[in-house]
Design a protein around this ligand. Structure first.
Ligand SMILES: [Zn+2]
Length: 281
């Protein structure tokens, strides 16, 4: 399956929060999403990154607090819908969008895909759905980014076929076969957000990938076992679960270095994607 990665904008945050031993200075973190070209289902998206809707949704208090604490630049970057068009598809051709979690920087593009079914965790959705105002901002959730008919257009990950994973993915042992064909397996990466999910899949060159969403903010943090600074855990849904998931990713990397772990906000990943895909990525 052909898989391409696309950047939708940058947010600024202290590097030292994202990785232990990092510098205490602002760093730009990309907001990447993936287009998977499924042979039967057509383009399937994993998250949708930022879009100009983010600026609209954070115009007024209390939602503006999100933008003040995590400044975002969209300049020069395309939205998910524009990337889909550049890849040769109409947004209406996107029938499936897998949502890793409901932080605003992953769901800004959802409203631009009117024909899509959303595949997400029921528990994750139920954790954010009742929230608005300050309670929503505290969870990095901006309710107006979700289409009004979101729940009606959703298929729950937890209701997909549960499968045992091959030993090469240990210490992850089970996942959900999202399309009943083995092409995309969702695995639970809880902690950063409640019931966050990542994906295991294979690129068209045979390269195996783990799309890890925000379970780490960089490849290097997992590779060198440098978890985020304790201060960063303020934004986590569950600090202990985050650490447990992070430790399992470190162990997976140690046992299976060939498996590429890709994280939404990793600049190193993004530079490699540009090299793979060319400047139009
Ligand atoms: Zn997040």
């Amino acid at each position: 399956m052909k898989i391409t990665f696309h950047n939708t904008g940058y947010c600024k945050q202290l590097e030292a929060l994202a990785i232990s031993g990092g510098r205490w200075r602002q760093q730009a973190f990309p907001g990447i999403f993936a287009i998977m070209e499924h042979p039967v289902l057509g383009p399937v998206l994993f998250d949708t990154g930022y879009s100009p809707r983010f600026l609209e949704a954070t115009k007024r208090l209390p939602y503006a607090l999100y933008r003040w604490t995590t400044p975002v630049t969209l300049a020069g970057e395309r939205s998910a819908a524009e990337h889909v068009q550049a890849a040769g598809y109409s947004p209406r051709e996107v029938k499936h969008i897998i949502v890793s979690h409901f932080h605003a920087d992953h769901v800004c593009g959802l409203r631009d895909f009117p024909e899509a079914t959303f595949i997400c965790s029921q528990q994750a959705y139920e954790a954010v759905q009742p929230l608005n105002g300050f309670a929503a901002v505290k969870k990095a959730f901006l309710p107006e980014l979700l289409p009004p008919d979101f729940a009606k257009r959703t298929r729950w990950i937890e209701q997909s076929n549960q499968v045992e994973l091959p030993a090469k993915y240990a210490p992850f042992h089970s996942g959900y076969d999202l399309f009943n064909d083995g092409s995309v397996t969702a695995i639970r990466l809880s902690g950063h957000a409640a019931d966050q999910f990542g994906l295991l899949l294979q690129g068209d060159t045979g390269q195996e990938l783990l799309l890890g969403a925000d379970a780490s903010w960089s490849e290097a943090a997992v590779r060198d076992n440098r978890p985020p600074h304790a201060l960063a855990s303020i934004v986590f849904d569950n600090r202990a679960e985050f650490k447990e998931t992070f430790d399992r990713l470190v162990e997976l990397k140690r046992r299976n270095p060939e498996l590429q772990q890709i994280f939404t906000h990793c600049e190193e990943t993004w530079k490699r994607c540009i090299a793979w895909q060319g400047a139009g990525a």
